[in-house]
Design a protein around this ligand. Structure first.
Ligand code: ATP
Length: 228
């Protein structure tokens, strides 16, 4: 599904150049649950911004479902981002003055779905994350773990091809972290959701099928756990 070949990323600031990703070649197949780990500043966010269609200013090749990303115009690139990927962030990024259902509806409204379909899909997404009946609650009246579940429901509601989760348990205590990791594992195992998760936590990374380590902009190791 995802195939990066010799991807390089250079940030330019004035006369300075920062070569942040160096010859990254990475394949991710549908159904994988992959952790991206590495020290602070090693390039993890830069890499997931490219994988998640947030950044198309890089050198090298990115083929998504055999389609070369570099050939797309900005409109096609934005529509790929809206349709193919769901994002989960450390700080949930829910809209606080919207209720749970309205937050989850956002990707469907952008996609121009009809109201009755939206309502059905909200309920189905809430079921999948274990929050049946929470649609009219306000996020501020929910725990951090529940808010992250809402964010995950929003990320999956439009049936993206894959999820990017950037430190998804970083703001949670150990109990809620374990719950969220269990939810990701269930989504992956039971529904086949492809998940790419950035984490600093080695223990959480061990729960994934595969761990890709980035060191100073390069892939320094790539280990499959299921096959070990
Ligand atoms: N817009 C930018 N302009 C210049 N340099 C940048 C820019 N964004 C990131 N960098 C640099 O690129 C390098 C990689 O940053 P990146 O955020 O990808 O690392 P990271 O592994 O995600 O770090 P962390 O774990 O702390 O989030 C860092 O040295 C950072 O300072």
């Amino acid at each position: 599904m995802i195939e990066l070949t010799n991807v390089n990323k250079v940030y330019r600031q004035g006369n300075q150049q920062y070569h942040v990703l160096k010859d990254i070649s990475l394949k991710v197949t549908a159904g994988e649950f992959l952790a991206i780990v590495g020290p602070s500043g090693s390039g993890k966010s830069t890499l997931i911004n490219i994988i998640g269609f947030l950044d198309n200013h890089f050198e090298g090749h990115y083929q998504f479902n055999k389609q070369e990303i570099g050939r797309l115009n900005q409109r096609q690139f934005a529509s790929l981002r809206n349709q193919k990927v769901g994002f989960v962030f450390q700080n949930f990024k829910l809209i606080t003055n919207l209720n749970v259902g309205e937050n989850i509806a956002l990707p469907l409204l952008y996609a121009g779905k009809r109201r009755d379909e939206i309502n059905e899909r909200i309920e189905a997404a809430l079921d999948k994350v274990g929050l049946t009946g929470f649609s009219s609650k306000m996020p501020k009246n929910m725990s951090g773990g529940q808010q992250q579940r809402v964010a995950i429901a929003r990320a999956i509601v439009a049936n993206p091809n894959f999820l990017i989760a950037d430190e998804p348990t970083g703001a949670l205590d150990s109990h809620n972290s374990a719950d969220i990791m269990q939810l990701f594992t269930d989504l992956n195992r039971e529904l086949g959701t492809t998940i790419i998760m950035v984490t600093h936590d080695d223990h959480l990374a061990q729960m994934c099928d595969r761990i890709v380590k980035i060191t100073d902009g390069r892939i320094s190791s790539d280990k499959g756990m299921r096959s070990c």
